[in-house]
Design a protein around this ligand. Structure first.
Ligand SMILES: [Zn+2]
Length: 70
């Protein structure tokens, strides 16, 4: 017996794609909006480790984060 996951209406998620900045990288992550800060930190670490570039969390949020419908 399984129970369907409940869905809140108007719930949103956020998505960050690295390939907009660095050609050839397929880094793409999506998470719930509530977990946005963690996603930003993961992305910052990815860009730092994989591409040797330093971005602030604000820069990533403004330039690379998009809202997506769940
Ligand atoms: Zn990347």
């Amino acid at each position: 017996m399984t129970t369907e996951q409940q869905r809140d209406e108007g719930r949103t998620a956020v998505q960050v794609a690295c390939d907009t900045e660095v050609s050839g990288c397929v880094f793409l992550m999506r998470t719930e909006a509530d977990d946005k800060d963690r996603l930003l930190e993961i992305t910052r670490d990815h860009v730092s480790e994989q591409h040797g570039k330093e971005y602030s969390l604000e820069e990533i949020e403004e330039q690379h984060m998009t809202d997506v419908e769940v």
